[in-house]
Design a protein around this ligand. Structure first.
Ligand SMILES: Cc1ncc(COP(=O)(O)O)c(C=O)c1O
Length: 384
């Protein structure tokens, strides 16, 4: 099956009279908050300040408070957040950084951009997240950092990851692009590592109307360094003390994110309701539903099942006007971009077994109950 078939653009409405159900649908969110968003943009436009202005300062304070960290740094996107976090930790050529093979390519590109070597460890079969038991075997004298990725909104098992990192003097940079607002042992993910990196890509659980991202940290020194790196290595304008980057967040995006932040808890609660309903409706079918890991609150950026005959189910749903997604169809070490790029991967049988079975069903806060039922009924009809 081609990669293009795994997007929600292939819904075939010609075979059904029912209205399509997209895997993600932002138009409904805009119907609810469009007036507030327009007002926020109107607030910014006459101000004459369009990058690193007062909206960003206010958003950084509000997002830090939301995450329970002293600092948040608004940046241009999630990929840049990861690269800046690595740079702030001083990671570069000759260093090794451990992550997982089933993540989005950006996690690994950020390591490569810094000239460091990506090292892959396998994931757990229940959470699809980094297996902490495999970390020590992957650590060498060159290892400098670990990037756990909270896949689909399921928090990683942060306690053993942090223990191993501290024992070996390694930095931990959490990739929280999928898991805004998810809890592990009573605290929000992103707040456990040295730095947490968020994407606010529009379709994320918490998204801007364009590209944006953030880094959170509790470390004052890392906060200073990340801020300086974000804007050309300067603390005082035109005095560049280090090689920095141009990776700032736009003022308009900050203003839009400020409109959305007060809604986030409610949106997360609705995602949890939808997931619980799918759990009920799919319980007796031959699919594996997302695992309810102890001491964790899944944020359900995606509701990802393991489905026998996945590609057939995907096409069957599309013919019934239902969008689903395969996130991600190719493991990073198998991507063409890494054919000639250095990386190190131990054996990754679990990630390999998952990649042909994962399927993410429609989930977004405005998804209606009748639509959830229609998705589940279509899956039931497929397996009967
Ligand atoms: C796991 C993960 N990491 C990093 C990123 C990069 O974020 P952005 O698209 O904002 O650069 C994404 C975004 O899709 C992601 O899913």
């Amino acid at each position: 099956m081609s990669e293009a078939l795994h997007t929600n653009t292939v819904i075939d409405t010609s075979t059904t009279s029912l209205s399509p159900i997209l895997a993600e649908d932002l138009t409904r969110q805009f119907e609810h908050i469009g007036d507030e968003v327009r007002a926020a943009i109107e607030r910014v436009l006459p101000g004459g300040s369009y990058v690193l202005g007062p909206e960003l300062v206010a958003f950084e304070q509000e997002y830090a408070a939301f995450c329970g960290t002293p600092y948040a740094i608004g940046v241009s996107n999630g990929t840049d957040a990861l690269q800046l976090a690595l740079a702030a930790c001083g990671i570069g050529a000759g260093d090794e950084v451990i992550t997982v093979p089933n993540t989005y390519i950006a996690t690994v590109f950020a390591i490569t951009y810094q000239g460091a070597l990506p090292v892959f460890v396998d994931v757990l079969p229940d959470t699809y997240n980094m297996n902490p038991d495999l970390l020590e075997a992957a650590i060498t004298g060159r290892t400098r950092a670990i990037i756990p990725v909270h896949m689909y909104g399921q928090p990683c098992d942060m306690r053993p990851i942090m223990d191993i990192a501290r024992k070996h003097g390694l930095r931990v940079i959490e990739d929280v692009a999928h898991a805004h607002g998810a809890y592990y042992q009573g605290a929000l993910v992103g707040s456990f590592g040295d730095l947490g990196c968020f994407s606010f890509y529009p379709k994320k659980t918490f998204g801007a109307l364009g590209d944006a991202g953030a880094i959170v940290t509790s470390d004052a020194e890392l906060n200073d360094r990340a801020r300086q790196l974000r804007y050309m290595g300067q603390k005082v304008k035109h005095y560049h003390e280090m090689i920095g980057y141009q990776k700032r967040m736009d003022e308009i995006q900050a203003a839009i994110l400020r409109v959305k932040l007060p809604y986030l808890r409610g949106w997360l609660a609705r995602r949890q309701q939808i997931a619980a309903r799918y759990d009920e409706l799919l319980a007796d079918l031959p699919v594996i539903r997302p695992y309810a890991a102890p001491e964790r609150t899944h944020s359900y950026y995606l509701y990802t099942i393991l489905a026998p005959r996945r590609d057939e189910l995907f096409a069957y749903l599309a013919r019934r006007g239902i969008g689903s997604q395969v996130i991600y169809p190719v493991l990073v070490p198998d991507q063409g971009a890494y054919r000639d790029q250095p990386l190190r991967s131990s054996s990754i049988p679990v990630a390999r077994s998952l990649v042909g079975q994962i399927l993410s069903l429609p989930i977004f806060p405005e998804l209606r109950d009748d639509e959830i039922e229609r998705v589940a009924a279509a899956i039931r009809a497929f397996y009967l």
